[in-house]
Design a protein around this ligand. Structure first.
Ligand code: ZN
Length: 213
């Protein structure tokens, strides 16, 4: 993308960083002032492992986990997170247990669902929901609806980025928040000030990647 990007790093472990592109972007639900490139954090195995170690921390000594449900391409992080939660150690509550890492699919109506053979990994299981980026909450809400429909017991929500920590009633453990990008904004498309100024869109954000316009 032509826009000037900059990097935001996690103070605790600066290897974990994301490229931030200011501009004018649209998703299917809202317009936003920034595109966050989280690809490397999700697909580069060494980085994904570092992210997973960070994301496992809130659960390590306190939360029994049976299944990690991965949304938006977070499967590599999910697998390392499971490994981290299963490590040997007297204070590690999941040592010696089994943890499964699964992803729902979209049905023909674009609703999230699990295939029948996956139901036993969701029903009555302790579940961590793993999401790449939470902005408007659309993905979060449809995932929560899906887990509730299949009878999962939600024990935690984790995200790489959470745009509005105040907005959601559920506690969300996130690596980065809007405080790391102070001018990050999302708008309903019919109320977007950039559109009102006649500013052209730079790209469409799709499944957490982008398509240039
Ligand atoms: Zn706009």
């Amino acid at each position: 993308m032509k826009n000037e990007s900059y990097t935001v790093s996690l103070t605790k472990n600066p290897v974990i960083n994301m490229n931030v592109f200011p501009g004018h972007f649209t998703t299917s639900h809202f317009h936003t002032s920034h595109y966050l490139d989280l690809d490397d954090l999700k697909t580069n195995v060494l980085l994904a492992r570092d992210v997973a170690i960070e994301m496992a921390l809130p659960y390590l000594t306190s939360t029994l986990v049976d299944t990690i449900v991965c949304m938006e391409g977070t499967e590599v992080i999910g697998a390392y997170m499971a490994e981290e939660l299963l490590q040997e150690g007297t204070s590690v509550i999941n040592s010696g247990r089994d943890i499964h890492v699964v992803t729902p699919i979209n049905n023909v109506n674009r609703n999230l669902m699990f295939q029948s053979n996956m139901h036993e990994l969701i029903y009555n299981r302790n579940i961590i929901l793993l999401i790449s980026s939470i902005s408007s909450g659309t993905t979060l809400n449809s995932a929560l609806e899906c887990l509730s429909y299949y009878g999962g017991i939600l024990v935690g929500i984790s995200a790489i980025f959470n745009a509005s920590p105040q907005k959601f009633e559920q506690e969300i453990n996130s690596v980065f928040t809007c405080e790391d990008i102070p001018d990050y904004r999302i708008y309903n498309s019919n109320e977007c000030p950039m559109c009102k100024e006649g500013k052209k869109l730079d790209a469409i954000i799709v499944h957490d990647g982008y398509i240039k316009i």
